[in-house]
Design a protein around this ligand. Sequence first.
Ligand SMILES: Cc1cc2nc3c(=O)[nH]c(=O)nc-3n(C[C@H](O)[C@H](O)[C@H](O)COP(=O)(O)OP(=O)(O)OC[C@H]3O[C@@H](n4cnc5c(N)ncnc54)[C@H](O)[C@@H]3O)c2cc1C
Length: 614
Amino acid sequence: MGLLSGRKTVYVDSDVLVIGGGMAGCGATYEARYWGRDLNIVCVEKANIERSGAVAQGLYAINCYMGMQWDENQPEDHVRYARNDLMGLVREDLGYDIARHVDSSVHKFEEWGLPIMKDPETGRYMREGKWQIMIHGESYKPIVAEAARKAATKVYNRIMVTHLLMDKTKANRVAGAVGFNVRTGDFYVFRAPAVIVAAGGASHIYKPRAVGEGMGRTWYAPWSSASAYALPILAGAKMTQMENRIVLTRFKDGYGPVGAYFLHLKTYTQNAYGDEYESNWYENTKELVGDYIDRHPVPTCLRNHAILEEVKAGRGPIRMVTKEAFQDPHKETIGWENFLGMTIGQAVVWASQNIDPKHTNPELTTSEPYVMGSHATCSGAWASGPEDYAPSEYQWGYNRMMTVDGLFGAGDTIGGTAHKFSSGSFAEGRIAAKAAVNYVKDLGKERPQVNEAEYQNLKKVVFQPMENYEVGRNEIVAGTVSPSYLLPLHGLQRLEKIMDEYVGGISSHYMTNEPLLTRGLELLGMLKEDLDHLGAEDLHQLQRAWELQHRVLASESVTHHTMFRKETRWPGYYYRGDHMKLDDKDWHCFTLSQYDRESDEWTMEKAPVYHIVD
Ligand SMILES: Cc1cc2nc3c(=O)[nH]c(=O)nc-3n(C[C@H](O)[C@H](O)[C@H](O)COP(=O)(O)OP(=O)(O)OC[C@H]3O[C@@H](n4cnc5c(N)ncnc54)[C@H](O)[C@@H]3O)c2cc1C
């Protein structure tokens, strides 16, 4: 207890606790103040909300904007679009709810100072595609963070939340959370009747293409560490569509985005021999998924599928034809600026590899899989829907409340709602916060009670990796390998290898099957046992240790879901070799899981998909 006895415990009471100050968390914090003028609103963030989350570097486009003021699109149109892209399976009630509210959030961003490009002829926001509008977005996150900072009673930066706390007076009700300050090492106990988890998605659960010294270069932010899933999973919340992990086609080695290239610069792809290839795979894809291949736009996963098949047929690499568009100086500028606002690294990679897109068509590749709820994918927590729109089966409480009382979510955290992106995540945070404030008000004077024994025990558990290191390092003669502890980096690499080889990562061309998944689960079980022996040299490594714990739990969930869904619903994201076809008869449904931390058992079930929009 040497290390622990000196650690300070800080207690923080609030009415609404927001975990994660990214896009959804900032939206939640802002809106909670609007509806809860006299409430105590706290936001806790493991980095600093000024530049945290997936939008930290800035963005070049807001990818979810209806344009209802100009009658450009209606919310129903967006539901149809997301449903089509996800091969039929989305929570239409949740998606509709975001779509009907997202425009007002974008208008707020502009009011707060975000420069949105305008079409000089129409005066409307400049469109990049049907849903995207273009922004000068380097300062997108600081602008949004300022609104949250002004709304919050207090923002706690540099605190990593490790566990949720449950109410000792009522089963299945949340009562707060614990975490530690990654700079001071203080232990924090947050007590709150309503908790909104907005902790982003998950990178680095699969082995990335860039390894060794390049491993920090992933498409999704390397600090997105699956807390959004692990925190609710451990509290017993149901998760949905965790098998629907996303694979992105991006510029090779820099993960530079391709959307603006396709949509705005009108570039196109071809194989190594300069040929169009997508049509070659039409019949093959139709065999797998039926008429989903005839839909417009072609679902994202199916476009990946054509690339993967063409490369497997020996006609890679696939290249983006930029040479034509870049002859136009205006388009050339746009092409480079597109990276400067969002993925500067891609411009640097091209410069370092002697690639000038005006003279060389750059290579594309498919990424390792990521787990997210806000992009062309919809993994996350199973949430109650809006009172006025959700089917009764999707309503068990307040909007965006999970299957645990008082526990809400938004953004990447919530499953079933693809294509919300930055603006939709912010809007969903606002929706969740409004409901959370109602929940707190309806509780009246009643307050959940945290269990002192529970958080005292967690204090021990949270800092255990530092204790392990302190003791175990004496056994090291040289180097970093100790007989009695596992470093977080080593654990991470082991996790990535398991997920890559057994659960459909890049090395197996995203292919898996029941025997592989079964073995994958066994190996994950062994890894979980070893996580008790993580060793953390300092507070930074302690954060890495807890990020790993969260990633492992989310990975286990992904593996169970992938095993449960006996079909290949999204070829191009992953393949079940033992069930290669889409099976609408048996699997036009959501998959749900629930983890029981006492027994370490997972329970799987199906839930119906309701098509509310025609
Ligand atoms: C490369 C890339 C390009 C993108 N391009 C676009 C685009 O062009 N247009 C667009 O609209 N959207 C784009 N997106 C999507 C957009 O960034 C996400 O949809 C959005 O950020 C999701 O919001 P979120 O709040 O769920 O997660 P985030 O914004 O990532 O926020 C999560 C927050 O939780 C914090 N956190 C995590 N774990 C913990 C913990 N345990 N304790 C405390 N805090 C924690 C994180 O530090 C972070 O601040 C892009 C994303 C990426 C990665």
